[in-house]
Design a protein around this ligand. Structure first.
Ligand code: MN
Length: 213
């Protein structure tokens, strides 16, 4: 399987003024593009992994030969993490608010959307160095906020992510320099809650199906 850089569902300038077009272009094309390119080159010599999904690989990295395990972890993680990140953002104001079962889930676990936002923001700010903060589902379908270092995927910890925010400096440094908190405050204006809701419903459905199987 040759992995490909997915195109963005919007223009590089679509997230202005919160994320500038130049940051988006470099981030998507060079950073995400770099992970995809590297991943394909690593997997070239390993045809036995060609038909294994990256989700499966990251859920159980022990299936990957040890000599490429760390490189697969970094680059497959980078590829999947960014693929989700682009899709849970949209032009400012277009993403709506959580509703329906997602809102019910958020309120039952966090009390309110405001508390969920505080929890994600806090874990994103406190992630030392590079990494991510996630709204994820555990194996029982319960919502939980977690953070991962580097390009580690929540899948490695048994979680399925439905919303994620990149706090590597490459995600914000051109516009915000060292002000990660300002980037995060702005980022909330870009969350596509319709997509997060779809992700939630899809994951809950998959969990229910796998339990029946
Ligand atoms: Mn990134």
């Amino acid at each position: 399987m040759i992995h490909q850089l997915p195109s963005l569902p919007y223009d590089y300038s679509a997230l202005e003024p919160h994320i500038d077009a130049q940051t988006m272009e470099i981030h998507h094309n060079r950073h995400h593009g770099g992970y995809v390119k590297k991943l394909n080159s690593i997997l070239e010599g390993y045809p036995e992994l060609a038909d294994v999904s990256l989700e499966r690989v990251l859920t159980d990295l022990r299936i990957v030969p040890e000599e490429i395990r760390q490189a697969v972890r970094n680059n497959a993680g980078g590829h999947l993490n960014h693929s989700l990140f682009w899709r849970v953002m949209c032009p400012p104001g277009a993403g709506g608010e959580p509703s329906g079962v997602l809102l019910e889930g958020i309120e039952s676990v966090f009390g309110s959307l405001a508390h969920l936002r505080e929890e994600v923001t806090s874990q994103a700010i406190n992630r030392f160095g590079s990494g991510w903060a996630w709204l994820s589902l555990d194996h029982n379908g319960r919502l939980e906020v977690i953070s991962t270092p580097n390009q580690d995927s929540p899948l490695m910890l048994g979680y399925v992510p439905i919303l994620g925010v990149d706090v590597w400096e490459h995600a914000y440094y051109l516009k915000y320099q060292n002000r990660r908190a300002d980037y995060l405050a702005a980022w909330w204006n870009l969350v596509d809650w319709r997509r997060v809701s779809e992700n939630y419903v899809w994951c809950m459905h998959s969990l229910a199906t796998s339990r029946q199987a």
